[in-house]
Design a protein around this ligand. Structure first.
Ligand code: GLA
Length: 758
């Protein structure tokens, strides 16, 4: 068992394969955080908590006058409270029945169980009973009788510990939770940096490392969604940590709404991290006997750099968060009509695209925005989820059948959480739109939000979509959401409960998704929020892939997918080959480069195939064959970031078979200058003594003029001959030479396969 408890000392030690976590209830009953990091023994490490009296850091009354060294203001704690002597950022802020803002938690009891706990109505890591253990530590406030259950899920093999909290009002009065974070982690020493992932629409998840020096540092979202602007995932690391060395902690929040991740370095150089629902728009009423469940945080630690940290998360997201039929099944290569047609299409055009694409090996046709209601631009129609048969030239079912006849699956776009003022749904139910009475609500992309906190709205959407899913041969749904939420207010909540709106909205969304994915298990759901505006581990519980960004430019995608890879696996990143000049950046890149970037994701196309030349069509066929050949490696392989997009010339990544049988190294020159240094990278994950054969994909030079192609084939200017055998040790230690760029934005894919030893 991964949980070791010393009853007498009230000492709790959690072990995973490579990490240890420890906490201890002290004589007062405060649950102290003792240790989290590299695996150690079970011995009590609380000796490292050095108590010294600090001026202006008060002492709990029960400690008496002789214990000026005991102060909650400096003690490392498992779950800190506002109002009773800890002046740092805190995890819990309760407004009691008498109006006071105070909570003080004391250890009460604990439970241990096999398997991983679940959280009612919220996404959570799941595991087989034999693969996880749960520790539940119960604390209570003796004055208010508020009970706090700290939940720890331990996935030993994955090096993952999860945390969530249940709060129960066991008192006699109504209380209001003003803040109820999912976790608190205190480091008693060390100087740390944190890596956060900031961005915006079409520029998501840029990597930013900054020092956690004195003061409060925070990222978060008050946009109703997890947002493009900050991802609910951070890494806290030792200074100078890189891909292969240094201690680092990952914290991924399984939540798709407003969040706050904050860190404070205190007066004695201790660092505290708090993650949870953003308190700005949160005030949750708990009547006597009622409970509140926080969303979950998934934590991992690596003593050897960011690479292992990411791979721990990748594995857990793939196996223990994503669910459903499509979790392990090979996902279809798709074509989406959005950038091909935008709103402007006829049923005939769609069938022509599908037919052409099917001939090239594409397996799924996705009909994007514009197929329903009155929807020829973004001014109207949202909410009216009834096919526009005039525009399609037939019923939706007939269109889907025509596409299926081409040998394709059929997929459909929805944006169920929004409503246009110019829609029948709005005319019928104006109170279903989110708006504050007496104020005009903000429009964004000319649309309003449908109040998903309301059960009648949730039921309406479940019913309407179920009808369409049931009567149409649908295999795939793109679930989009194209704005941030403001003017937060629900007509269905009373004035005192409006602080519950933002979280109730997310619970409503999860309820709808749970119902639809449960009823239609054969449908592959892809999440989307103007691209990656809701790319979080919570959504991945319902939609095993998410459209990574509305930016489809291959070079811009290098950066977006690089940032995303720190917290999320390739199998979750929706990525397509689109037309050039690119619609977002106007950049022109070779076809092979676009294919290479899209293969670091779920892979598909988003262009009008009917307009492709025969030569381009041949390239599509080759790319699809290659993607299928390398599918397992790409989607389930171990992911290594070999060179970042911030490098001078070239972004390089690798997917390796966990057994060391093969690897695929992909390199894209994002910048080239004359007389540049050669590009050499150390390949990871190979068996040192084994021999490998290198294969350079020649289609990567298919974009070159013929004479250049011939020259290249004769020269192989990269140190090895194609097909030459070389040891894993040489590739790992001496490195792999990446061929030079022969054109702007050159991409290379080099396949490395184990061969019989000689
Ligand atoms: C969002 C999505 C796009 C497309 C449009 C349609 O921006 O991210 O992929 O579906 O909506 O309106």
């Amino acid at each position: 068992m991964s949980i070791v408890i010393d009853e007498k000392k009230r000492l709790f030690t959690l072990h995973t394969k490579n990490t240890t976590y420890q906490m201890k209830a002290d004589s007062l009953g405060t649950l102290l955080h003792v240790y989290y990091g590299k695996r150690t023994d079970d011995s009590d490490k609380s000796y490292a908590i050095c108590m010294r009296g600090r001026g202006f850091s008060g002492n709990p009354y029960e400690m008496g006058r002789d214990h000026k060294e005991y102060s909650l203001d400096v003690l490392p704690q498992e779950y800190s409270c506002y109002g009773t002597g800890d002046y740092r950022i805190s995890a819990l802020k309760v407004q009691n029945g008498d109006g006071s803002m105070a909570a003080a938690l004391r250890f009460k009891e604990y439970y241990v169980s096999k398997g991983k706990y679940a959280i009612p109505n919220l996404p959570a890591v799941y595991a087989k009973e034999s693969e996880a253990d749960t520790l539940e530590v119960i604390l209570e406030d003796p004055s208010s009788k508020v009970e706090v259950h700290l939940l720890y899920g331990i996935l030993e093999e994955n090096d993952i510990i999860t945390r969530a909290v249940k709060i129960i009002n066991r008192g006699k009065d109504r209380i209001v939770l003003q803040k109820a974070a999912s976790m608190n982690l205190d480091w008693i020493n060390g100087d740390y940096e944190w890596t956060t992932f900031y961005g915006g629409h079409v520029t998501e998840r840029n990597v930013q490392k900054s020092e956690l020096d004195h003061g409060i540092h925070s990222i978060g979202s008050v946009r109703g969604t997890s947002s493009h602007h900050y991802n609910p995932f951070v890494i806290v690391s030792d200074k100078n940590t890189d891909e292969e060395k240094g201690g680092c902690y990952g914290f991924s929040f399984l939540y798709s709404g407003e969040f706050l991740m904050e860190a404070e370095k205190d007066q004695v150089d201790q660092t505290r991290l708090i993650c949870g629902i953003h308190p700005d728009n949160f005030a949750w009423n708990l009547q006597p006997g009622e409970e509140f469940d926080t969303p979950e945080v998934m934590m991992t630690y690596s003593g050897e750099g960011f690479g292992i940290l990411s791979r721990n998360l990748h594995k857990t997201i793939r196996k223990n968060i994503c669910r459903g039929e499509w979790k392990e099944k090979r996902r279809p290569v798709l074509i989406n009509n959005w950038e091909a047609t935008y709103f402007n299409f006829t049923g005939e055009q769609l069938v022509a695209i599908a037919k052409n694409a099917a001939e090239l090996g594409v397996e799924l046709f996705v009909l994007d925005d514009g197929w329903f209601g009155k929807r020829d631009d973004d001014n109207s129609g949202l909410g009216d989820w009834f096919p526009n048969e005039k525009k399609l030239g037939c019923t939706l079912k007939e269109l889907a059948e025509k596409i299926v006849e081409c040998g394709m699956r059929f997929g459909l776009w929805f944006e169920p959480e929004c409503i246009s003022e110019d829609s029948d749904l709005y005319r019928e139910h104006p109170d279903w739109a989110v708006a504050i009475p007496g104020r005009t609500p903000n429009l964004s992309r000319n649309q309003l939000i449908l109040d998903f906190s309301r059960e009648d709205v949730q039921d309406y959407i479940i019913g309407r979509l179920s009808d369409i899913f049931a009567e149409t041969p649908i295999s795939y749904i793109k679930w989009d959401f194209n704005r941030s939420i403001c003017d937060k207010y629900s007509m269905a909540l009373d004035g005192l409960s409006q602080g519950e709106f933002a979280h109730r909205y997310v619970l409503g969304l999860y309820r709808v998704l749970e119902a639809l994915t449960g009823k239609f298990p054969h449908i592959l759901f892809e999440g989307c929020s103007g691209g990656g505006g809701r790319f979080d581990a919570g959504m991945l519980y319902y939609t095993p892939q998410i459209w990574c960004s509305d930016n489809t430019d291959a070079i811009a995608r290098l950066k977006i997918q690089y940032g995303t890879s720190f917290g999320y696996p390739v199998s979750t990143m929706g990525s397509h080959v689109s037309a050039v000049p690119n619609h977002q950046t106007r950049r022109t890149t070779p076809f092979s480069t676009r294919g290479c970037a899209a293969m670091a994701g779920t892979f598909g196309y988003e262009l009008d195939v009917t307009k492709l030349s025969e030569e381009e069509k041949a390239k599509v066929r080759q790319q699809i064959d290659r993607f299928k050949e390398y599918y397992d490696l790409i989607q389930y392989g171990e992911y290594y970031r070999l060179q970042a997009p911030s490098d001078k010339q070239c972004t390089i990544w690798e997917m390796a078979d966990p057994e060391g049988g093969e690897a695929l190294v992909s390199a894209v020159y994002h910048h080239v200058e004359a007389n540049a240094a050669p590009v050499i990278v150390k390949v990871q994950g190979l068996k040192a003594e084994a021999y490998y054969q290198l294969h350079l994909n020649m289609e990567d030079i298919a974009d070159l003029p013929e004479h250049a192609r011939e020259w290249f084939t004769g020269q192989l200017p990269y140190g090895y001959k194609d097909g030459e055998k070389i040891t894993g040790a040489a590739l790992q230690q001496c490195g792999l030479v990446i061929p030079d760029a022969l054109q702007e934005f050159q991409a290379w894919q080099i396949h490395i396969a184990l061969c019989n030893e000689e």
